[in-house]
Ligand binder design. Sequence first.
Ligand code: APR
Length: 283
Amino acid sequence: MKQTLEKIKPLLAKTLSQNKLVTFLTGAGVSAESGVPTYRGSDGIWVEGTRNYKPQDFATLKFFKNNPAEVWKFMLYRKTTFRDVQPNAGHIALANIEQLLQDRFRLITQNIDRLHHRAGNSSSRTYEIHGSLETVRCSEECSNEIYPFPIDVSEAPYDASLVEKSWEVLKCLHCGSITRPNVLMFDEYYDERLYKMESAIETALNTGILFIVGTSGATNLPNHIASTARFKESSIVDINLEDNDFTAEVADDPNGLVLRGKSGEILPKIEQILRELLESENL
Ligand code: APR
């Protein structure tokens, strides 16, 4: 790992000298060390959390419209698990890296847990391409209005009946339809307004080094981001515990690096490399 880490410094130097972006694309693996289950790992949400349903059926707008309470109970469960955890060293390193790089930094995350924001990353340079559990919107899309998450889970223990008690606050203020979590579901499409799709692709076109961290590569926009960055001859660094859908292409890529280990251990090392680089070459 040490040799591979040392190869990052010249790639970072080249990126910064060309005034390109240093971009991080993160998935659930970045939050795993905070105690947030991933989706497809052995303890994953799509493995444990929905014994009665296949994820591709459960996390759909179609299923939501027929079973809103079922989906709201699951989302409330996820919201309470996010409430009780803290950003880990990997999240904090990414917030520090943004401080060091300012507008030369971008973060594209698939995570809906808001741990990057709680660690200190800014909304202006962070694209939540799968939405977040901070907000909801009308399930009938009667308006473009986005509301804050309507149930105060700050104190309440996880209690599925909370949904029944709070059913009224889950209604759209304009048309009375049920609101839905502002997260991308499997039968929906990325867009710019809700999921920053164009901003993420624009970022990939202007990226000099793309760090892909803690994601299995199961979704299509992240894959498009990686192939766009590769098309622009960006360096690509695959940071994960194990091989994933990005690995083969990164390993074959002359500009690619594969780093195996915990993001909470590797990202602080990358922060340190960047600090040394910025101090030595006042880039
Ligand atoms: N450090 C680095 N990588 C890790 C760590 C860790 N500590 N722990 C787990 N990983 C890796 C796993 O090896 C796996 O490759 O994180 C990845 C998690 O993969 P998934 O569970 O599939 O999560 P993710 O890739 O974020 O899923 C993408 O799929 O269901 C949708 O919307 C959902 O955003 C999610 C998307």
